[in-house]
Design a protein around this ligand. Structure first.
Ligand SMILES: NC(=O)c1ccc[n+]([C@@H]2O[C@H](COP(=O)([O-])OP(=O)(O)OC[C@H]3O[C@@H](n4cnc5c(N)ncnc54)[C@H](OP(=O)(O)O)[C@@H]3O)[C@@H](O)[C@H]2O)c1
Length: 329
């Protein structure tokens, strides 16, 4: 397959500095948690990656366990790199993570040096890469001393297998502690990856203050609440939507009260001249607090639609108040 990248792509995107680092990820990034597993359509995957890239998305986010089966998203991404994207490696920020259950026995989970180093080696093999740009500890480990996890992340960066290191799902205090430990190891904590969207705003209560103070970037996952913050569930659950096929978003979670809110948010988005998905992305980026918004997609057209959020990413005080009023109901 030959692929000629669209030379205009960088003019369609914004690139935000990640905390106090030299790295500028794209304002929208694409995650491979869903729709890149062993049972998914390969051509669609290629189309999503090339569409994202052609629209200025340079950052692709993976984890050791993305699939299903765990590891298959990295294998598929590795195929796409080998077949299509290899010439563009230096234009890409590729991340992966370890922290959830990956293999049997006591060394395939959580936050030990043993697990993190071995997992990254496996991820690099699956993706056919010499290094990733960002390696994350995927979730805090209540048992392993954080000092060990910090030393392992620093070791990984110093070994050249990752250029930067980040954490995900850490609370404010854990993040503060990890940032200090990594600083002592001589490797700054580049970025935090938290869940954040209009329906889930926990990072506003402390984490964002820590990130700003310590100069750490942030990239929000599930910015569309897995598709809830779009117009797709307003009239029921469409065939092939995530709610029909993922254990992470089940029909029981789509309650009438939630749909009522979504209908009202959709009306605010329409008034702004954009779709709810676009407003949800723009809302995440408001005030320049986040470095990037990490979207997922099941088809290329969603990526094109979501990138267009950048065409109207400013909010008036009245619009923000109207959104807050709906969310508070
Ligand atoms: N660090 C962590 O612990 C963690 C956890 C979860 C996710 N993540 C990362 O975050 C990434 C994104 O998560 P996510 O996929 O849940 O993000 P999301 O952007 O909240 O949801 C993406 C889903 O919404 C639907 N969608 C997207 N654009 C749409 C549009 N314009 N109109 C209608 N529907 C649209 C699609 O689902 P349909 O299939 O219904 O079309 C798509 O797969 C993941 O891939 C992963 O990289 C990280």
């Amino acid at each position: 397959m030959t692929y000629v990248a669209d030379k205009e792509r960088y003019s369609k995107m914004k690139y935000n500095r990640c905390g106090r680092s030299g790295l500028k990820p794209s304002a929208l990034s694409l995650g491979l948690w869903h729709n890149f597993g062993s049972g998914d359509n390969y051509d669609n995957m290629v189309n999503m990656i090339t569409t994202a890239f052609d629209n200025g998305i340079t950052h692709f986010d993976l984890a050791n366990n993305y699939g299903p089966y765990p590891g298959s998203a990295e294998e598929n991404f590795g195929k796409i790199m080998a077949n299509v994207m290899k010439p563009y490696r230096d234009e890409l920020i590729i991340s992966t993570k370890a922290g959830y259950t990956m293999w049997d026995g006591p060394y395939g989970d959580w936050g030990s040096r043993k697990y993190l180093v071995a997992s990254l080696d496996q991820s690099l093999k699956r993706m056919g890469l010499d290094y990733v740009d960002i390696f994350y500890h995927h979730r805090p480990d209540p048992e392993t001393p954080m000092e060990e996890t910090a030393r392992a992340l620093a070791h990984i960066v110093k070994s050249g297998k990752a250029l930067y290191a980040g954490v995900s799902n850490y609370n404010a205090d854990q993040t503060k502690k990890m940032a200090a430990l990594m600083k002592a190891e001589g490797v700054p904590l580049l970025i935090h990856q938290p869940r954040y969207n209009m329906l889930e705003r926990w990072i506003e209560n402390g984490l964002q203050t820590v990130l700003e103070y310590d100069g750490i970037g942030s990239i929000s996952f599930c910015p569309l609440a897995q598709g809830l913050l779009t117009n797709k569930y307003i009239h029921g659950i469409p065939e092939n939507s995530r709610a029909t096929k993922s254990v992470f978003l089940t029909p029981e979670k789509i309650k009438p009260e939630l749909i009522e809110k979504i209908v009202k948010l959709n009306a605010i988005a329409e008034k702004r001249g954009q779709t709810l998905a676009q407003m949800a992305v723009a809302w995440n980026l408001r005030g320049n607090k986040l470095t990037s918004v990490l979207i997922g997609a099941s088809r290329p057209s969603q990526i094109v639609e979501n990138v267009k959020a950048l065409e109207n990413s400013e909010f008036t005080a009245e619009e923000l108040a109207a959104i807050d009023a709906v969310l508070a109901e």
